[in-house]
Design a protein around this ligand. Structure first.
Ligand SMILES: Nc1ncnc2c1ncn2[C@@H]1O[C@H](COP(=O)(O)OP(=O)(O)OP(=O)(O)O)[C@@H](O)[C@H]1O
Length: 128
């Protein structure tokens, strides 16, 4: 929309937050990501993970949630453009979903690398 006055910065932030809240409300996968984030934060506090480990966790939360927002945006645009079954619509939706899946698998692996040894140490300490 060139030539039109841009909305003030605070309004742009408002629209962005509206988008985030709408996706959290509508998308079950986003609700699962939010629950996982809370669980990881609780585990991080319990096991007192290092600053670098917190950074890795927060970067991965951001990556997965951002990709979920983009995935919902792609799905919405595809549905807006066509209700017919079309190969390109399928490719767009499946590729966007694949991006979320890859990030989630990598985050799960990173989570295991960070938390598995600490969980094991804790169990050994409790039992021994
Ligand atoms: N217009 C379309 N043309 C061809 N295939 C489509 C089309 N719309 C959806 N599909 C296929 O059906 C699958 C399910 O689509 P849907 O829109 O229900 O999204 P979804 O993968 O269930 O995502 P979510 O659960 O996040 O809504 C897609 O992954 C895609 O493979």
């Amino acid at each position: 929309m060139s030539g039109q006055k841009k909305p003030p910065l605070y309004k742009s932030f408002g629209f962005a937050f509206e988008g985030i809240f709408a996706v959290v409300k509508k998308e079950r996968n986003m609700q699962i990501h939010c629950c996982m984030m809370v669980l990881v934060i609780l585990a991080g506090l319990f096991f007192q993970i290092s600053a670098v480990e917190w950074c890795i966790c927060f970067v991965l939360f951001g990556l997965i949630m951002s990709l979920e927002l983009v995935n919902t945006a792609v799905e919405s645009v595809v549905d807006l453009v066509t209700e017919e079954r079309r190969p390109l619509a399928k490719l767009a939706k499946d590729a966007a979903a694949g991006a979320v899946l890859i990030a989630s698998i990598m985050a799960a692996v990173a989570g295991l690398i960070i938390f598995l040894p600490k969980g094991w140490e804790f169990l050994v300490g409790v039992m021994g």
